[in-house]
Design a protein around this ligand. Structure first.
Ligand SMILES: [Cu+2]
Length: 175
């Protein structure tokens, strides 16, 4: 039994190697570019905050030939981060909520992060962010690649939309 199991595993491994080798040689050049290779951010900045919530902004640009998706973000400044959009709720108020599916940056286009719109939400600032500080962020894309960027902190009185995390749940869960 042991011998048979081993040889089956060896066969499976050989098949896997053959498949991956084949895929690598057949893949077009462009497919070897990760999202991180083609995405940049312009005019990044983060709103200063001593604690609680804050947000980061900028213009994400995609120089590639395929849409790319930001699925998550991290920063040492906040213990938790969400990707937010700002929408009008049933009462006509502008509220923010997690953006379903992440931030999609169109091929050859850009995706704006700005007060009153989409933003990277720092849910719980753990280290005070003062004007003039530089805060680092790491974005993770749907292909698993990551991109770091630095954002200078500025004092800003806007971007105080209320947070309605339940709003997205009203849209129903297909799963
Ligand atoms: Cu937000």
């Amino acid at each position: 039994m042991r011998t048979r199991t081993t040889s089956l595993l060896a066969l499976a491994a050989a098949a896997a190697i053959a498949l991956s080798g084949c895929a690598a040689s057949a893949a077009p050049e462009a497919a070897t570019q990760t999202a991180a290779d083609v995405v940049t951010i312009d005019d990044s900045w983060v709103k200063s905050a001593d604690s609680g919530m804050s947000a980061a902004f900028g213009e994400l640009k995609n120089s590639g030939t395929e849409d790319v998706t930001v699925v998550s973000a991290e920063t040492p400044a906040s213990s938790m981060i969400e990707l937010h959009e700002t929408v009008e709720n049933d009462s006509g108020e502008m509220v923010m909520q997690p953006k379903d599916g992440g931030f999609v940056i169109p091929a050859g286009g850009s995706f704006m992060l700005e007060p009153g719109g989409n933003h990277i939400m720092l849910m719980d600032v753990v280290t005070p962010v003062k004007a003039g500080d530089t805060v680092t962020f790491t974005l993770t894309f749907s292909d698993g690649s990551t991109m770091d960027f630095a954002a200078p902190a500025k004092d800003y009185s806007g971007a105080n939309e209320s947070y309605e995390p339940d709003a997205s749940m009203d849209m129903g869960d297909g799963e």
